[in-house]
Design a protein around this ligand. Structure first.
Ligand SMILES: [Zn+2]
Length: 97
């Protein structure tokens, strides 16, 4: 009886450990996607100077923000890296003062 109980306990313990390791492995790739500039940045629209992509005029409140840039004390969001690069060539051209 005691041996059976111990075996059951060990099995449960192993299952718990296995499921814990499984979740940890699933969580880490999700954590690394956002800071490296992968698809989609989680940024509050309140922090942005405007939710409109200054290059292509896309409303980023409705779609994914891929990249952001700081200019003139404000944060500008872009739908793609290309839009950000275009913005950084001549920010004054796209920001209304
Ligand atoms: Zn864009």
């Amino acid at each position: 009886m005691t041996i059976k109980m111990t075996r059951l306990f060990t099995a449960v313990l192993l299952l718990t450990l296995a499921s814990c390791a499984g979740t940890a492995e699933q969580e880490s790739p999700m954590d690394t996607t956002s800071p490296t500039g992968g698809p989609g940045i989680n940024i509050s629209p309140d922090l942005l100077a405007t939710t409109i992509d200054p290059i292509c005029n896309m409303d980023l409140a409705q779609s994914k923000i891929t990249d952001t840039a700081h200019y003139n004390g404000g944060i500008y969001a872009f739908c793609s890296k290309g839009c950000k690069e275009e913005f950084q060539k001549d920010p004054a051209k796209y920001v209304k003062q």
